[in-house]
Write a protein that binds this ligand. Sequence first.
Ligand SMILES: CC(C)(COP(=O)(O)OP(=O)(O)OC[C@H]1O[C@@H](n2cnc3c(N)ncnc32)[C@H](O)[C@@H]1OP(=O)(O)O)[C@@H](O)C(=O)NCCC(=O)NCCS
Length: 338
Amino acid sequence: MTMSMTTPRTVITGTGHYVPPRIVTNDDLTKLMDTSDEWIRERSGIRERHHVDGGVGTSDLAVEAARRAIDHAGIDPGTIDFVVAATLSPDHYFPGIGVQIQAKLGLGTTGALDVRNQCSGFLYALSAADQYIRAGTYKRILLVAAEIQSTNLDFSDRGRDMSVLFGDGAGALILEPNAEADGRGILSTHLFADGNFVSHLWMEKPSPKDCPTFQPSFFDEGRFFPRMEGRNVFVNACQRMPESVREALDQNGLAVEDIDVLIPHQANDRISLMVAKGLRIPVEKVVRNIDRFGNTTAASIPIALDESVKSGRIRRGDLVALTAFGSGYTWASALIRW
Ligand SMILES: CC(C)(COP(=O)(O)OP(=O)(O)OC[C@H]1O[C@@H](n2cnc3c(N)ncnc32)[C@H](O)[C@@H]1OP(=O)(O)O)[C@@H](O)C(=O)NCCC(=O)NCCS
């Protein structure tokens, strides 16, 4: 969605991320299932990921990331006037984590929106936050994307295609209207979905369609675990992410050569390389940190964004392209003049 030049653009004034301290290497996984470090690295580029210990919830990771973004922005948390949270793994079936983040940060009665768009969740949330800021509804939004996948993966041979890929973590941003007329900020966000692919990447159960919702046979059949058709996900991700970036560039009158930094959702390093190839963008411009985090679902882009900002890889004035693909299928892109 693009908006007229008369409305102020949304700028990112703070970033932060947090991952739980426990590192799980590929070799650690070989003790649980028939897999190997070589297979995982060759097929996904992942060397290690972080897993939570018992008792830690997604909202806990989210709050740590949020605190870091708040510190980075140098703001008083009491001035945050809206919270947007993206996750597919809330602490509870309901409510979502937005309200928990809001309460843990002591934000009084500030509104909190939960976004459920899986690996595209961060970009869908960014788009929503951008519209609120540009419309003048809110002046300082905390956006958090957080995920715990490790506590509900099938670590048997049956689930090894999925369970080696995912990790836990959180990323956060502070968003505000740009007071300067310097053209910096979010240029556009583009959101897409094709719900014909729901069952290609999903957690089928629990479902309120079943009465009762929780049935022992579902546990026996492993239907409470996420499942995917990996090849189909791979092919669609490689096609849709470049497509969405091209659409964003076209609508802004920009070219691939104008992009300084591309951050694709870290689904699989082979997918990131295919996205680079599809866009004909030099691989040096593509942020790739999946080797250390695995796929952290909605959190992967804001984690990579925070690392890139703090390491100086993203500099003021750079054109930053973000793109994601995930369950739904959903996919999206955003262009930001940093
Ligand atoms: C999952 C993925 C890495 C599998 O790679 P692939 O090249 O498609 O491999 P295949 O599914 O064809 O499986 C090849 C073999 O490896 C086996 N295999 C699967 N997972 C394995 C693992 N962790 N370790 C060892 N072998 C494994 C399969 O059982 C299969 O064995 P077979 O040939 O005897 O049947 C790949 O499909 C992928 O990355 N898809 C996208 C996943 C993704 O990004 N999901 C999240 C999107 S947000």
